[in-house]
Write a new protein. Structure first.
Length: 330
Protein backbone atom coordinates (compact mmCIF):
# COMPACT_ATOMS: atom_id res chain seq x y z
CA UNK A 1 0.00 0.00 0.00
CA UNK A 2 1.98 3.03 -1.23
CA UNK A 3 1.39 6.07 0.95
CA UNK A 4 2.54 9.65 1.26
CA UNK A 5 3.07 10.35 4.98
CA UNK A 6 0.62 13.13 5.85
CA UNK A 7 -0.91 11.97 9.14
CA UNK A 8 0.44 11.69 12.68
CA UNK A 9 -0.04 7.98 13.38
CA UNK A 10 -0.97 5.97 15.31
CA UNK A 11 -3.76 8.00 16.84
CA UNK A 12 -4.53 7.32 20.52
CA UNK A 13 -7.19 4.96 21.83
CA UNK A 14 -8.55 6.45 25.06
CA UNK A 15 -11.03 5.19 27.69
CA UNK A 16 -14.39 6.94 28.04
CA UNK A 17 -15.29 5.59 31.47
CA UNK A 18 -17.21 8.66 32.65
CA UNK A 19 -19.53 8.66 29.65
CA UNK A 20 -19.69 4.87 29.82
CA UNK A 21 -20.83 5.00 33.45
CA UNK A 22 -23.49 7.58 32.56
CA UNK A 23 -24.78 5.11 29.95
CA UNK A 24 -24.74 2.14 32.34
CA UNK A 25 -21.57 0.48 31.05
CA UNK A 26 -18.82 -1.10 33.14
CA UNK A 27 -15.42 0.56 33.38
CA UNK A 28 -13.14 -0.44 30.52
CA UNK A 29 -16.02 -1.03 28.12
CA UNK A 30 -16.25 2.25 26.18
CA UNK A 31 -13.28 3.67 24.24
CA UNK A 32 -12.68 6.45 21.74
CA UNK A 33 -10.32 6.21 18.75
CA UNK A 34 -8.97 9.73 18.35
CA UNK A 35 -8.80 10.14 14.58
CA UNK A 36 -9.53 13.80 15.17
CA UNK A 37 -5.82 13.93 16.07
CA UNK A 38 -4.30 12.88 12.74
CA UNK A 39 -2.59 16.27 12.55
CA UNK A 40 -3.12 17.39 8.96
CA UNK A 41 -5.00 20.71 8.84
CA UNK A 42 -6.33 20.19 12.35
CA UNK A 43 -6.97 16.47 12.07
CA UNK A 44 -9.67 14.11 10.88
CA UNK A 45 -10.20 10.77 9.20
CA UNK A 46 -9.57 12.04 5.67
CA UNK A 47 -5.83 12.27 6.35
CA UNK A 48 -5.60 8.47 6.27
CA UNK A 49 -7.31 8.31 2.88
CA UNK A 50 -5.30 11.19 1.45
CA UNK A 51 -2.02 9.44 2.24
CA UNK A 52 -2.84 6.82 -0.40
CA UNK A 53 -4.61 9.14 -2.83
CA UNK A 54 -1.79 11.68 -2.88
CA UNK A 55 0.77 8.89 -3.29
CA UNK A 56 -1.07 7.70 -6.40
CA UNK A 57 -1.39 11.26 -7.73
CA UNK A 58 2.35 11.81 -7.37
CA UNK A 59 3.13 8.44 -8.96
CA UNK A 60 1.00 9.42 -11.96
CA UNK A 61 2.81 12.73 -12.37
CA UNK A 62 -0.25 14.84 -11.55
CA UNK A 63 0.10 18.45 -10.42
CA UNK A 64 -3.45 19.30 -9.28
CA UNK A 65 -5.74 17.64 -6.74
CA UNK A 66 -9.38 18.10 -7.76
CA UNK A 67 -12.22 17.16 -5.43
CA UNK A 68 -15.69 18.15 -4.27
CA UNK A 69 -17.86 18.37 -1.19
CA UNK A 70 -20.47 20.29 0.72
CA UNK A 71 -19.83 23.91 1.59
CA UNK A 72 -18.34 23.01 5.02
CA UNK A 73 -16.51 19.92 3.78
CA UNK A 74 -13.84 18.55 6.10
CA UNK A 75 -12.50 16.52 3.20
CA UNK A 76 -11.93 19.61 1.04
CA UNK A 77 -10.10 21.37 3.89
CA UNK A 78 -7.75 18.43 4.33
CA UNK A 79 -7.24 17.91 0.59
CA UNK A 80 -6.23 21.56 0.26
CA UNK A 81 -3.73 21.16 3.09
CA UNK A 82 -2.36 17.95 1.58
CA UNK A 83 -1.80 19.79 -1.70
CA UNK A 84 0.25 22.39 0.17
CA UNK A 85 2.35 19.67 1.82
CA UNK A 86 3.40 18.18 -1.52
CA UNK A 87 3.53 21.33 -3.65
CA UNK A 88 0.40 20.71 -5.71
CA UNK A 89 -2.52 22.88 -6.72
CA UNK A 90 -5.99 22.19 -5.27
CA UNK A 91 -9.32 22.87 -6.99
CA UNK A 92 -12.57 22.07 -5.15
CA UNK A 93 -16.20 22.08 -6.27
CA UNK A 94 -18.51 23.03 -3.38
CA UNK A 95 -22.28 22.78 -3.24
CA UNK A 96 -24.73 24.12 -0.65
CA UNK A 97 -25.76 27.53 0.62
CA UNK A 98 -22.85 29.69 -0.51
CA UNK A 99 -24.30 33.04 0.60
CA UNK A 100 -21.50 35.00 2.20
CA UNK A 101 -18.91 32.36 1.30
CA UNK A 102 -16.72 34.85 -0.53
CA UNK A 103 -17.27 37.93 1.61
CA UNK A 104 -17.33 36.34 5.08
CA UNK A 105 -16.19 32.71 5.06
CA UNK A 106 -16.76 30.63 8.21
CA UNK A 107 -15.58 27.31 9.59
CA UNK A 108 -13.79 25.09 7.08
CA UNK A 109 -14.14 27.73 4.35
CA UNK A 110 -11.67 29.93 6.21
CA UNK A 111 -9.09 27.16 6.03
CA UNK A 112 -9.91 26.32 2.41
CA UNK A 113 -8.98 29.91 1.56
CA UNK A 114 -5.92 29.87 3.81
CA UNK A 115 -4.55 26.76 2.09
CA UNK A 116 -5.06 28.38 -1.31
CA UNK A 117 -7.78 26.11 -2.65
CA UNK A 118 -9.44 27.37 -5.83
CA UNK A 119 -13.14 27.04 -5.02
CA UNK A 120 -15.82 26.44 -7.62
CA UNK A 121 -19.08 27.39 -5.88
CA UNK A 122 -22.02 25.72 -7.64
CA UNK A 123 -24.82 26.77 -5.29
CA UNK A 124 -27.56 24.70 -3.69
CA UNK A 125 -27.54 21.81 -6.16
CA UNK A 126 -27.78 18.09 -5.46
CA UNK A 127 -24.82 15.74 -5.33
CA UNK A 128 -25.43 14.46 -8.87
CA UNK A 129 -25.05 17.95 -10.35
CA UNK A 130 -22.05 18.68 -8.12
CA UNK A 131 -20.31 15.50 -9.27
CA UNK A 132 -21.01 16.44 -12.90
CA UNK A 133 -19.31 19.78 -12.27
CA UNK A 134 -16.37 17.93 -10.71
CA UNK A 135 -15.91 15.87 -13.87
CA UNK A 136 -16.30 18.97 -16.07
CA UNK A 137 -13.72 20.83 -13.96
CA UNK A 138 -11.20 18.04 -14.47
CA UNK A 139 -11.76 18.13 -18.23
CA UNK A 140 -11.31 21.91 -18.31
CA UNK A 141 -8.11 21.73 -16.25
CA UNK A 142 -6.68 19.08 -18.53
CA UNK A 143 -7.53 21.17 -21.59
CA UNK A 144 -5.73 24.12 -19.99
CA UNK A 145 -2.54 22.09 -19.61
CA UNK A 146 -2.85 20.94 -16.01
CA UNK A 147 -2.44 17.31 -14.92
CA UNK A 148 -5.44 16.83 -12.61
CA UNK A 149 -5.99 13.92 -10.22
CA UNK A 150 -9.69 13.52 -9.43
CA UNK A 151 -10.57 12.57 -5.85
CA UNK A 152 -14.19 11.55 -5.24
CA UNK A 153 -16.22 13.13 -2.46
CA UNK A 154 -14.87 12.03 0.91
CA UNK A 155 -11.90 10.32 -0.70
CA UNK A 156 -14.12 7.24 -0.98
CA UNK A 157 -12.32 5.36 -3.74
CA UNK A 158 -10.72 1.93 -3.38
CA UNK A 159 -7.29 3.58 -3.13
CA UNK A 160 -8.44 6.07 -0.49
CA UNK A 161 -10.24 3.36 1.46
CA UNK A 162 -6.92 1.56 1.96
CA UNK A 163 -6.30 4.17 4.66
CA UNK A 164 -8.93 2.56 6.85
CA UNK A 165 -7.73 -0.96 6.15
CA UNK A 166 -4.48 0.23 7.72
CA UNK A 167 -6.44 1.95 10.51
CA UNK A 168 -8.15 -1.34 11.34
CA UNK A 169 -4.78 -3.01 11.82
CA UNK A 170 -3.68 -0.11 14.02
CA UNK A 171 -6.85 -0.36 16.09
CA UNK A 172 -6.53 -4.14 16.46
CA UNK A 173 -3.13 -3.62 18.08
CA UNK A 174 -4.60 -1.13 20.58
CA UNK A 175 -8.15 -2.23 21.43
CA UNK A 176 -9.35 -5.09 23.62
CA UNK A 177 -10.05 -8.28 21.69
CA UNK A 178 -13.29 -8.36 19.71
CA UNK A 179 -14.12 -4.65 20.04
CA UNK A 180 -17.11 -3.32 18.10
CA UNK A 181 -16.57 0.02 16.33
CA UNK A 182 -19.23 2.72 15.92
CA UNK A 183 -18.55 5.11 13.04
CA UNK A 184 -20.42 7.69 10.98
CA UNK A 185 -21.06 6.74 7.35
CA UNK A 186 -21.14 9.66 4.94
CA UNK A 187 -19.50 8.38 1.75
CA UNK A 188 -18.79 4.81 2.83
CA UNK A 189 -15.00 4.70 2.66
CA UNK A 190 -14.29 4.63 6.38
CA UNK A 191 -16.88 1.91 6.99
CA UNK A 192 -15.68 -0.20 4.05
CA UNK A 193 -12.04 0.03 5.09
CA UNK A 194 -12.79 -0.92 8.70
CA UNK A 195 -14.99 -3.87 7.67
CA UNK A 196 -12.32 -5.17 5.30
CA UNK A 197 -9.47 -4.54 7.75
CA UNK A 198 -11.27 -6.13 10.71
CA UNK A 199 -12.51 -8.96 8.50
CA UNK A 200 -16.12 -8.65 9.60
CA UNK A 201 -19.16 -6.47 8.99
CA UNK A 202 -20.43 -7.53 12.43
CA UNK A 203 -17.63 -5.64 14.16
CA UNK A 204 -18.54 -2.29 12.58
CA UNK A 205 -21.71 -0.38 13.47
CA UNK A 206 -22.11 2.08 10.62
CA UNK A 207 -24.40 5.03 11.35
CA UNK A 208 -25.75 6.61 8.19
CA UNK A 209 -25.83 10.41 7.93
CA UNK A 210 -27.37 10.43 4.44
CA UNK A 211 -29.63 8.33 2.20
CA UNK A 212 -29.05 4.63 2.92
CA UNK A 213 -29.73 3.23 -0.59
CA UNK A 214 -26.91 5.39 -1.99
CA UNK A 215 -24.56 4.35 0.83
CA UNK A 216 -25.40 0.66 0.43
CA UNK A 217 -24.65 0.84 -3.28
CA UNK A 218 -21.35 2.63 -2.73
CA UNK A 219 -20.22 0.21 -0.01
CA UNK A 220 -21.20 -2.76 -2.20
CA UNK A 221 -18.72 -1.41 -4.77
CA UNK A 222 -15.98 -0.43 -2.34
CA UNK A 223 -15.74 -3.54 -0.17
CA UNK A 224 -14.78 -6.09 -2.85
CA UNK A 225 -12.59 -3.56 -4.66
CA UNK A 226 -10.56 -2.59 -1.61
CA UNK A 227 -10.31 -6.17 -0.34
CA UNK A 228 -8.89 -7.19 -3.70
CA UNK A 229 -6.51 -4.21 -3.72
CA UNK A 230 -5.32 -5.02 -0.19
CA UNK A 231 -5.03 -8.73 -0.94
CA UNK A 232 -7.26 -9.84 1.94
CA UNK A 233 -10.48 -11.90 2.11
CA UNK A 234 -13.88 -10.25 1.84
CA UNK A 235 -15.33 -9.49 5.31
CA UNK A 236 -17.67 -12.00 6.89
CA UNK A 237 -21.13 -11.23 8.27
CA UNK A 238 -23.93 -8.99 7.08
CA UNK A 239 -23.72 -5.23 6.72
CA UNK A 240 -26.39 -3.32 8.63
CA UNK A 241 -26.36 0.47 8.43
CA UNK A 242 -28.21 2.27 11.23
CA UNK A 243 -30.55 4.80 9.61
CA UNK A 244 -32.15 5.97 12.85
CA UNK A 245 -30.10 9.17 13.21
CA UNK A 246 -30.42 10.75 9.75
CA UNK A 247 -33.20 13.10 10.86
CA UNK A 248 -34.26 15.57 8.20
CA UNK A 249 -31.21 14.79 6.08
CA UNK A 250 -27.50 15.23 5.56
CA UNK A 251 -25.99 18.21 7.34
CA UNK A 252 -29.11 18.95 9.39
CA UNK A 253 -28.58 18.69 13.17
CA UNK A 254 -30.92 16.51 15.22
CA UNK A 255 -32.02 16.77 18.88
CA UNK A 256 -30.39 13.40 19.61
CA UNK A 257 -27.18 14.52 17.93
CA UNK A 258 -27.07 17.76 19.88
CA UNK A 259 -27.60 15.79 23.10
CA UNK A 260 -24.68 13.55 22.11
CA UNK A 261 -22.51 16.65 21.58
CA UNK A 262 -23.40 17.78 25.10
CA UNK A 263 -22.75 14.36 26.66
CA UNK A 264 -19.33 13.98 25.01
CA UNK A 265 -18.35 17.53 25.98
CA UNK A 266 -19.50 17.47 29.60
CA UNK A 267 -18.49 13.90 30.49
CA UNK A 268 -15.26 13.54 28.48
CA UNK A 269 -14.18 16.98 27.22
CA UNK A 270 -14.55 15.83 23.61
CA UNK A 271 -15.94 17.89 20.74
CA UNK A 272 -18.29 16.25 18.22
CA UNK A 273 -19.66 17.83 15.07
CA UNK A 274 -23.39 17.96 14.21
CA UNK A 275 -23.02 16.40 10.75
CA UNK A 276 -21.11 13.17 11.38
CA UNK A 277 -19.77 12.26 14.80
CA UNK A 278 -22.76 13.58 16.77
CA UNK A 279 -25.13 11.33 14.85
CA UNK A 280 -22.83 8.31 15.27
CA UNK A 281 -22.56 8.98 18.99
CA UNK A 282 -26.34 9.45 19.22
CA UNK A 283 -26.77 5.93 17.82
CA UNK A 284 -24.32 4.60 20.40
CA UNK A 285 -26.19 6.39 23.20
CA UNK A 286 -29.54 5.04 21.97
CA UNK A 287 -28.17 1.48 21.77
CA UNK A 288 -26.78 1.69 25.31
CA UNK A 289 -30.05 2.99 26.71
CA UNK A 290 -32.06 0.31 24.90
CA UNK A 291 -29.71 -2.52 25.87
CA UNK A 292 -28.72 -3.19 22.27
CA UNK A 293 -24.94 -3.05 22.68
CA UNK A 294 -23.19 -6.43 22.47
CA UNK A 295 -22.96 -7.72 26.02
CA UNK A 296 -19.47 -8.22 27.35
CA UNK A 297 -17.73 -6.76 24.29
CA UNK A 298 -15.64 -3.58 24.27
CA UNK A 299 -17.04 -0.66 22.26
CA UNK A 300 -14.91 1.81 20.31
CA UNK A 301 -16.34 5.11 19.12
CA UNK A 302 -14.46 6.51 16.11
CA UNK A 303 -14.06 10.25 16.61
CA UNK A 304 -13.35 11.10 12.99
CA UNK A 305 -12.95 14.88 13.31
CA UNK A 306 -15.18 17.72 12.17
CA UNK A 307 -14.37 20.25 14.90
CA UNK A 308 -13.95 23.20 12.52
CA UNK A 309 -17.45 22.92 11.07
CA UNK A 310 -19.10 23.80 14.39
CA UNK A 311 -17.74 27.33 14.02
CA UNK A 312 -19.87 27.91 10.93
CA UNK A 313 -22.84 30.09 11.84
CA UNK A 314 -25.41 27.51 10.79
CA UNK A 315 -24.11 25.08 13.42
CA UNK A 316 -22.53 27.34 16.04
CA UNK A 317 -25.87 28.63 17.34
CA UNK A 318 -27.24 25.11 17.81
CA UNK A 319 -24.14 23.88 19.63
CA UNK A 320 -23.92 26.96 21.84
CA UNK A 321 -27.62 26.60 22.62
CA UNK A 322 -27.09 23.09 23.96
CA UNK A 323 -24.38 24.36 26.28
CA UNK A 324 -26.62 27.14 27.60
CA UNK A 325 -29.45 24.68 28.21
CA UNK A 326 -27.18 22.42 30.26
CA UNK A 327 -25.93 25.37 32.31
CA UNK A 328 -29.50 26.43 33.06
CA UNK A 329 -30.35 22.92 34.24
CA UNK A 330 -27.42 23.09 36.61
Amino acid sequence: MDRCPLATLPTPLEPMDRLGAALGLDAGTLWVKRDDLTGLAGGGNKARKLEHLVAEALAQGCDTLVTAGAIQSNHVRMTAAAACRVGMRCVAVLNGDVSGASAAPEGNLVLDRLFGAELVLVGDVDSFVRDQRLAETCVALHAAGARPYEIPVGGASPVGTLGYVRAAAELSAQAPLGAVVYCAVGTGGTYAGLAVGLGSHDRVRGVAVGPVPELDARIDELVPAVATLAGVPFPSGQRRLDASQIGEGYGIPTPAGLEAIALAARWEGLVLDPVYTAKACAALVADCRAGRVPEGRPIVFLLSGGLRSIFAGRYAADVAGVGRTLDQRG
